[in-house]
Design a protein around this ligand. Structure first.
Ligand SMILES: C[S@@+](CC[C@H](N)C(=O)[O-])C[C@H]1O[C@@H](n2cnc3c(N)ncnc32)[C@H](O)[C@@H]1O
Length: 218
């Protein structure tokens, strides 16, 4: 699949996909909190799909894709009865960004306003169908309202891209204890001066952590 993303640079995307490939054998699923229109999600879905395909040998890949497509996007396991090794879970308000807090204020970040980056869950789902990829688990909601029940039990890769202080703080609360040993936590915009809340939330969290997985701050 070709690269096209107006939120994450090409170099960052390559880094994320490289990391995804490096943790395929780590226990747990992939999650992205703040998926927006799904540009990075599509690439992560492709990595997961390729990995799962290793177990879908009895049925041709074309057949699986055709079945998933016809079913309107049920996942591969449900459609074919085959065991899926890894899943992708993606999360968003699908109402755009929330309100900023004081921690997020920056003259460079004035374009990031509440309601920006709005897209519907349906539009995102349709992009997977058009790409011929199994639709991931897509959860709509504010991160502050999500509970552990809406997360995979174990996570091999977590990509956090919520832009604001509370969004990253709440994402960390949801994923941190579920990341497997040897897995990876990626936080986008940590070094972005337009979004200072991201660094603040991560730095506060890091002070309290002792982790056995990789932390990558982009
Ligand atoms: C920069 S975009 C994500 C870009 C995406 N990761 C990509 O690679 O294309 C940030 C997304 O996070 C979502 N978001 C930010 N804070 C959120 C929150 N607290 N709860 C739910 N969604 C949130 C926004 O709706 C927006 O779609």
């Amino acid at each position: 699949m070709s690269w096209k993303n107006d939120q994450v640079s090409r170099a960052e995307t390559e880094k994320i996909i490289g990391l995804a490939k490096s943790v395929l054998d780590v226990e747990g699923d992939f999650v992205e909190l703040g998926c927006y229109k799904g540009d990075t999600s599509l690439l992560l879905a492709e990595v997961v799909y390729e990995y799962n395909r290793g177990l879908l040998v009895e049925k041709s890949v074309d057949k699986v894709v055709e079945e998933v497509w016809k079913s309107g996007g049920k996942d591969v396991e449900e459609t074919t009865g085959e065991k899926v090794r890894k899943r992708l879970w993606i999360y968003d308000s699908f109402e755009g960004l929330p309100e900023k807090r004081l921690e997020d204020e920056s003259v460079l970040g004035e374009a990031f306003r509440a309601g920006e980056l709005g897209v519907t869950k349906r539009e995102v789902k349709e992009r997977f169908l058009r790409a011929g990829l199994p639709v991931p688990v897509i959860k709509k909601g504010w991160f502050a309202d999500l509970t552990g029940d809406e997360m995979p039990e174990k996570i091999a890769l977590a990509f956090l891209d919520g832009d604001f202080y509370e969004s990253i703080r709440d994402s960390l609360r949801l994923v941190a204890s579920r990341i497997s040993s040897g897995g990876v936590l990626i936080v986008h915009d940590y070094t972005n001066p337009a979004l200072p809340g991201v660094k603040k939330a991560v730095d506060e969290w890091l002070k309290r952590q002792n982790v056995d997985y990789q932390i990558v701050l982009l």
